[in-house]
Design a protein around this ligand. Structure first.
Ligand SMILES: Nc1ncnc2c1ncn2[C@@H]1O[C@H](COP(=O)(O)OP(=O)(O)O)[C@@H](O)[C@H]1O
Ligand SMILES: [Mg+2]
Length: 407
């Protein structure tokens, strides 16, 4: 019946999860604002989706891309930047693969050869290294810009959008490659094409082009430091933990008609016993990865069509170590003092968590004595926020872990 093979929960994958929760504003932003505006020739900024690892950036941009693909938009494969990778080469390859896949398409076919040849100029020589490692050739900038503009124009002739995604942007080399890439993207977003409208008026339309960047929160700082026009050309959304309501909604099939699975003797429906939904939500702490883990564990702990509370508990025990390792990994690399300050902060109630109370808890006389530490934990490590003298944790999972109040 219920087996790992028909488990709809899927932790740690870039695939769009079957059990989807929340992110309605970001999805609506694409569907109702970004896409319609761009397709009708209006300017709209690029989007940067930033947040801690595991918060759901890749899943979100992949979900948006999947929605776009259903509408027939041009959606080259997501570019995923590894440390030290040549980002021009990666973007070039993604566009190239997309064009190859559209070669049989009459409209694309005519221009494809020329474009493919031009992309070769952007890409690294086979097996080679650029003359100065990490620095695109001077004409790579121009070529990549031309290729994006031309592809967006062709997509526009079909009434479609060209959607480019670059993930793990914090890994793009700095300052050179990052500032060059942001300049290319900024210029492509600003590019226009001439059109005479039905009333005979000449217009300069923006291209049907959407660009999504995603990565860790401190990318914002890197981008600003690269001196590029990032903050003007991209609108940044920082992903927050999912709300309990989002998670409850995502699990609603399990409290309603049941989640449909195929079995040897037809279809069956899997439901969750009373309490299981709230248990899973409590264990997730708003973290989508933990949500998928808790759900996966509960599903795999039994085989019947009803997921019982006992199975939920047992499932959580089996994934528990992995959960701890996952949360712990966010604290890796912190100094002893930083850990001491964090633990002290987590030990205080949210209302009492002021700079001076935390300072006192670690044996200092005033908040000034831990100011550089809290600053680093906020700006560099993005674990806390300092607002109006108070300290809050960005991740409820990290907070619970440090406070020892882990579900
Ligand atoms: N909106 C969501 N609803 C349900 N599960 C999600 C959602 N977003 C992400 N996940 C799950 O959480 C995990 C981490 O998501 P991912 O997108 O890889 O995070 P990030 O890219 O921020 O590191 C994945 O297993 C993914 O399936
Ligand atoms: Mg990711």
């Amino acid at each position: 019946m219920r087996t790992p093979s028909n488990n709809p929960f899927l932790p740690g994958s870039d695939r769009v999860p079957e059990i989807w929760a929340g992110r309605a504003p970001e999805i609506a932003d694409f569907r109702d604002v970004l896409r319609p505006r761009r397709v009708s020739g209006l300017y709209e900024r690029g989007r940067a989706v930033l947040g801690e690892f595991g918060i759901g950036k890749s899943a979100l941009i992949n979900r948006i891309a999947a929605d776009a693909a259903v509408l027939g938009d041009w959606v080259p494969a997501r570019v995923r930047v590894a440390v030290d990778a040549d980002v021009f080469d990666l973007v070039g390859r993604s566009l190239q693969d997309f064009l190859e896949s559209r070669r049989t398409d009459a409209r694309v076919g005519r221009s494809a050869d020329g474009l493919l040849r031009r992309i070769e100029e952007v890409r690294l020589p086979a097996g080679g290294v650029r003359i100065r490692a990490g620095q695109p050739q001077p004409n790579a900038y121009r070529t990549l810009l031309d290729v994006i503009v031309e592809m967006a124009t062709m997509a526009g002739e079909e009434g479609r959008l060209l959607l480019i995604r670059v993930d793990e942007v914090q890994n793009i080399g700095r300052p050179g490659p990052l500032s060059q890439l942001l300049t290319v993207f900024g210029d492509a977003l600003e590019a226009t094409r001439h059109r005479r409208d039905v009333a005979g008026i000449d217009r300069e339309d923006a291209l049907p082009l959407a660009i999504y960047l995603s990565g860790l929160p401190d990318f914002h700082r890197h981008a600003a430091e690269s001196g590029a026009t990032f903050s003007r050309r991209f609108r940044t959304a920082e992903l927050e933990p999912l709300s309990d309501m989002d998670l409850r909604e995502a699990l609603s099939p399990f409290t309603g008609d049941g989640w449909r699975i195929l079995t040897d003797d037809g279809t069956a429906r899997v439901v969750m016993d009373t309490g299981v939904v709230e248990d899973v939500i409590g264990r997730s702490l708003g973290d989508p990865f933990l949500f998928q883990l808790a759900g996966e564990g509960a599903w795999n702990a039994g085989t019947g069509t009803v997921i019982t509370r006992e199975e939920g508990d047992r499932g959580w025990q089996t994934v528990r170590r992995e959960v701890e390792r996952y949360v712990q990994s966010r604290l890796d690399g912190l100094t002893d003092l930083q850990m001491e300050v964090l633990t002290a902060a987590a030990g205080l109630g949210a209302a009492e968590r002021t700079g001076s109370a935390v300072a006192q808890a670690v044996g200092r006389t005033g908040s000034a004595q831990i100011a550089s530490t809290t600053r680093a934990l906020d700006v560099e490590h993005q674990i806390i926020r300092r607002q109006a003298g108070r300290i809050t944790f960005r991740s409820p999972a990290v907070e619970a872990f440090l406070a020892g109040s882990w579900p």
